[in-house]
Write a protein that binds this ligand. Structure first.
Ligand SMILES: Nc1ncnc2c1ncn2[C@@H]1O[C@H](COP(=O)(O)OP(=O)(O)O)[C@@H](O)[C@H]1O
Ligand SMILES: [Mg+2]
Length: 312
């Protein structure tokens, strides 16, 4: 668990609080998205967790231990950190970049080699092709995969990610969001991700912390925030399509009816969202969709009405 206890940060020479008496608890194994307008204190909050910044007041506890009392080097090796510009060492091959922390930890060559292969495969890169390349020979998305692999190298319990997809084109971004989310669930990390993109926060976060002016406006699950924004600022931040966003959080399987007697023209998978279902229904002007597994078995029927009434 990560616990921020009345944490305040004043930068030298600044008249205002970058972070203002912030209380926040991040449960082990969950992903929390910190979101809010530029300058609201997201990055500062994150950097106080791995001690790249020191609180002016208050405490940051990791597993009930005050990070101020830990060795900063040791702390940072136990916390993966991914930033927008990746920060790969440009003159080092991909394998050496990924091996940064294992080398610091003194792993032997065989163990490090195994780990590099395992990690590159995990993030969807072919080790036989990628190991010897230099960062500038990779696309932005590939570099972000390497940065992610490097942060995971020593299997840290905590991952901090500061706008990790900020510099990635929209199509690659969505793919990386999906893949990273799956990987982080599989390896059950505690994750803090900073973003200014509400759709990214909804997709990645088990909980979303909405910040403004160094403080917390609302901290809850995406479902709860979309259903009950705490105030007008949160509501406007969520956007006018809040009701449609909620559909992206509801699985087809949770509202479908038993299979219809007749096949419909278009099918959708049970794990797909109602948002995707609505898109198909509108595109084909359909009364509903068959719900079909990859195996081809039809397991249900999703009517247009079922989609439209799901948010109630
Ligand atoms: N190193 C710094 N020195 C002085 N002021 C800073 C520094 N870093 C951030 N700030 C200020 O602190 C506030 C919060 O910044 P930041 O945490 O980077 O916000 P966000 O990540 O939400 O955009 C802003 O007003 C910013 O200008
Ligand atoms: Mg920032």
């Amino acid at each position: 668990m990560i616990r921020l206890d009345k944490v305040t940060k004043n930068y030298e020479g600044s008249g205002r609080h970058a972070v203002d008496s912030l209380d926040l608890i991040i449960e082990t194994g969950t992903t929390v998205a910190l979101i809010g307008p530029s300058g609201c204190g997201k990055t500062t909050t994150m950097r106080m967790i791995n001690r790249l910044e020191t609180p002016t007041a208050g405490r940051v506890l990791v597993n009930e231990r005050d990070v101020a009392a830990t060795d900063p080097k040791e702390l940072r090796r136990s916390i993966g950190y991914v930033i927008q510009q990746v920060g790969l060492f440009p003159h080092m091959t991909i394998e050496r970049n990924v091996a940064t922390v294992p080398r610091l930890l003194g792993w032997d060559k065989a163990r490090t080699d195994r780990r590099i292969d395992e990690l590159l495969e995990l993030v969807g890169l072919d080790p036989s092709i990628m190991r010897r390349r230099l960062p500038h020979e990779l696309s932005g998305g590939q570099r972000q995969r390497v940065g992610f692999a490097r942060a995971l190298a020593a299997d840290p319990a905590i991952m901090l990610m500061d706008e990790p997809f900020g510099a990635i084109d929209p199509i690659t971004r969505v793919r990386l969001q999906d893949e990273f989310r799956q990987i982080l669930k599989k390896v059950s990390k505690t994750v803090v991700i900073v973003t200014h993109d509400i759709d990214e926060a909804i997709k990645m976060g088990d909980r979303i912390a909405i910040m403004r002016d160094g403080g917390l406006l609302q901290y809850d699950t995406p479902e709860a925030i979309l259903a009950r924004p705490a105030n007008e600022f949160v509501e406007s931040f969520l956007g006018p399509d809040r009701a449609i966003k909620r559909l992206s959080l509801i699985a087809v399987a949770s509202v479908m009816a038993p299979p219809a007697p007749q096949d419909s023209a278009v099918a959708i998978k049970p794990a797909a969202s109602l948002h995707d279902a609505l898109a198909l229904i509108l595109a084909g002007d359909l009364p509903g969709l068959d719900v079909r597994m990859d195996s081809g078995e039809t397991v249900g029927y999703l009517s247009r009405e079922a989609v439209l009434s799901a948010h109630r």
